[in-house]
Write a protein that binds this ligand. Structure first.
Ligand code: PGA
Length: 262
């Protein structure tokens, strides 16, 4: 079955922020605004401790739940880790894999990204696999080569059916949490390249329905111009997702661009 691509896909990565009360309140505020941005797919990605509280707050709404990481084994003696089946049990449909903060600060490699992506798929989750270059790689003209390498190692060998459940997030590391956003043109160049790679490996249908997110200092003011680009299907939002009003404005602006001619 081919995935149907709907409106903008907007995910909020709350990172290591918010206690239970704050998380539930933020989730409720997003749920209340959802009818306005009903054509968007909205995913909230709280820290592990708040997954239960957010699951309760979004229950019965169109908002979906994701987690920030998983371990590749299903269970066992892995102190501190959380598995794919546990996330499904807790109500998650999505999981981030290979976020640059995991890669840079916690030793995540392309190899562990590959194992986690497969484990997520096996558990029935949709992995949101993050790729992106650091500033030195961009300055050296190695952006596309780096992204190719991450895609080949992280997603290589997946079946077409698996690939239809994978979401790719392009997040230039130099734009994350820095206030420095990639220009729409810079982002589109990489997004178009990622879609071409999917096309080459899996064919037109898989490429056309692939969801490719941009992440890195997305805010209401840059959502519309970024989303106008042909190959940008949505956003992975960090800092700006901690404010319900700003997060919903990002969705609203993306929807406005979606309704205009791309
Ligand atoms: P940012 O984070 O929006 O705060 O730059 C994006 C991300 O890390 O996914």
């Amino acid at each position: 079955m081919t995935r149907e691509k709907k409106g903008p896909f907007i995910a909020g990565n709350w990172k290591m922020n918010l206690g239970l009360g704050e998380a539930a309140a933020l989730a409720r505020a997003v749920v209340e605004a959802v009818p306005e941005v009903g054509d968007c797919a909205i995913v909230l990605i709280p820290p592990f401790t708040a997954i239960g509280a957010v699951a309760g707050a979004i229950d019965g709404s169109a908002v979906a739940l994701g987690a920030q990481d998983l371990h590749w084994e299903k269970k066992g003696a892995y102190t501190g880790e959380i598995s794919g089946p546990m996330l499904v049990d807790a109500g998650c449909a999505y999981v981030l894999v290979g976020h640059s903060e995991r890669r840079q600060l916690f030793g995540e490699t392309d190899e562990t990204v590959a194992r986690k992506t497969r484990a997520a798929l096996e558990a029935g989750l949709s992995p949101i696999v993050c790729v992106g270059e650091v500033l030195e790689e961009r300055d050296a003209g190695r952006t596309l080569a780096r992204v190719d390498d991450q895609l080949a190692k992280g997603l290589g060998g997946l079946s077409k059916e698996d690939m239809e459940r994978v979401i790719v997030a392009y997040e230039p590391v130099w734009a994350i949490g820095t206030g420095r956003t990639a220009t729409p043109g810079q982002a589109e160049e990489v997004h178009a390249h990622i879609r071409d790679r999917i096309r080459a490996a899996y064919g037109n249908e898989a490429a056309d329905c692939a969801i490719i997110l941009y992440g890195g200092s997305v805010k209401p003011a840059n959502s519309h111009p970024l989303f106008k680009e042909k190959d940008i299907d949505g956003f992975l939002v960090g800092g700006a997702s901690l404010d319900a009003g700003g997060f919903v404005d990002i969705a609203r602006e993306a929807l406005r661009a979606h309704r205009e001619e791309k």
